[in-house]
Write a protein that binds this ligand. Structure first.
Ligand code: CMC
Length: 392
């Protein structure tokens, strides 16, 4: 002991060098390849941001067209993979299905598991970004007992996803452009967030030379936890549990009570000690979608608004710098769109896939990269004499 830096939760350890995403938590700044998230969310769109994250620069019109063509033409799953879904119970959580199905991609697309071939890395990246919405939508359709809706290559990324989730065979389904834009924004705002728990998991898995599908499955598994990507589901469930505005003070008191494990879900962030810049954009989207859906009178939203107001003004939350985070607002939007809470984290996972895969690519091309191997402070027994079982 004593020779290692003890840093539980890695709050002060830089595990890699990266040129992808920059966060200044104190100032509330998030940039991807130098562009602010505010600019990207308002002026760009998800697939362009995917290109930016993957390749380091905004695409030209021709580059974007080619990239979009590649992605939209890889959206279909191998038909045998479709059978894989049917092995799950109908009441399985879609995240459980996604972890399994994405891990299983290495068995279906083993040509692109060769991490030493840059062309194959490229194909694996495109396959993952293209197929993730199909996987998430199929997981959803399967759990609600509806037939799968296959991807349509003429639609944009977000509209195609909404259609695969909400269309029913033999019925017309028109994607509302406001919803499609809000969906695209949710994808964009979740695209990358430097070395968070799931991204670090992807990098750690990859450091052993694991194949890209296995690494992304590891990222999905980590993202599922309620302190990370599971927070949007946990947040909506909390709003439902609170139920009405008059019950809020009781929950605020519980959140402040050190002896009560309850926390206000959707509040606080490890890095942002100021308003999360993604939350600011997401809040605007939430207002737009709620106006469209005519659910201004939704009691959940009233609880959310009041909770936001109290938390922003209460000394406990102010002193500890606990602001509403991106999941607070995304949960509200997804609820208004008609997604069940169990789909919130799968949507986060599909959005984050590009971030994971960009970080994975960056790691593999870093000549300094080596297997991740944290050490520990051993606090156990000194060497002891083994005692035979009859003598214990
Ligand atoms: N409600 C009430 N108190 C809180 C909360 C909360 N949501 N978050 C933190 N605190 C308190 C905590 O009790 C602690 O108090 P004290 O200093 O008196 O012991 C202090 O604030 C610092 O908390 P921490 O747990 O040391 O902070 P952290 O940086 O380790 O945790 C967090 C960050 C996001 C895990 C935490 O704020 C939390 O559990 N929030 C609720 C879950 C959530 O919304 N997560 C989504 C994060 S954003 C999306 C993503 O990145 O996946």
């Amino acid at each position: 002991a004593g020779v290692f830096t003890y840093d539980p939760g890695f709050t002060s350890t830089a595990s890699c060098e990266s040129t992808i995403t920059y966060i200044d938590g104190e100032a509330g700044i998030l940039t991807h390849r130098g562009y602010t998230i505010g600019d990207l969310a308002s002026k760009s769109h998800y697939l362009e941001v995917c290109y930016l994250l993957l390749y380091g620069a905004l695409p030209t019109a021709a580059e974007l067209e080619e990239f979009e063509h590649t992605i939209t033409h890889h959206t279909m799953l191998h038909e045998q993979m479709v059978n894989f879904f049917r092995g799950f119970r109908r009441d399985a959580h879609p995240m459980a299905i996604m972890t399994g199905v994405v891990g299983a991609m290495s068995a279906f697309y083993h040509d692109s598991t060769d991490i030493n071939d840059p062309r194959q890395r490229e194909i694996a990246s495109h396959r993952l970004i293209a197929k993730m919405p199909t996987i998430a939508a199929m997981a959803y359709k399967y759990t609600i007992g509806q037939p799968f809706v296959y991807p349509r290559n003429d639609l944009d990324y977000a509209s195609n996803f909404l259609r695969m989730c909400f269309a029913v065979p033999a019925e017309e389904y028109e994607v509302n452009p406001i919803l499609s834009r809000a969906m695209d924004r949710i994808f964009t705002l979740h695209a990358d967030h430097e070395q968070n728990a799931s991204t670090s998991t992807v990098r750690l898995a990859s450091s052993s030379g694991a194949n890209p599908f296995a690494c992304i499955a590891a990222g999905i598994a980590c993202l599922w936890g309620p302190a990370h990507g599971g927070a949007n589901q946990a947040c909506l469930e909390m709003l439902k549990e609170i139920g009405s505005v008059d019950r809020i003070p009781e929950f605020i008191e519980r959140a402040k009570d050190k002896n009560d494990p309850f926390r206000l879900m959707g509040f606080g962030h490890r890095v942002y000690k100021n308003m999360d810049p993604r939350a600011t954009v997401m809040k605007q989207s939430a207002d737009e979608v709620l106006e469209l859906m005519g659910v201004e009178d939704n009691p959940l939203l009233q609880v959310a608004k009041e909770l936001e107001h109290i938390a922003l003004n209460d000394p406990y939350f102010k002193d500890k710098k606990l602001f509403p985070n991106v999941d607070f607002y995304s949960g509200i939007i997804l609820e208004a769109m008609g997604f069940p809470t169990s789909m919130f984290t799968p949507i986060f996972a599909l959005s984050r896939t590009v971030g994971w895969i960009s970080q994975w690519k960056e790691q593999l091309s870093d000549p300094a990269h080596k297997i991740g191997r944290p050490r520990q402070l051993y606090l156990g027994e000194d060497t002891r004499t083994y005692v035979d079982i009859e003598d214990r």
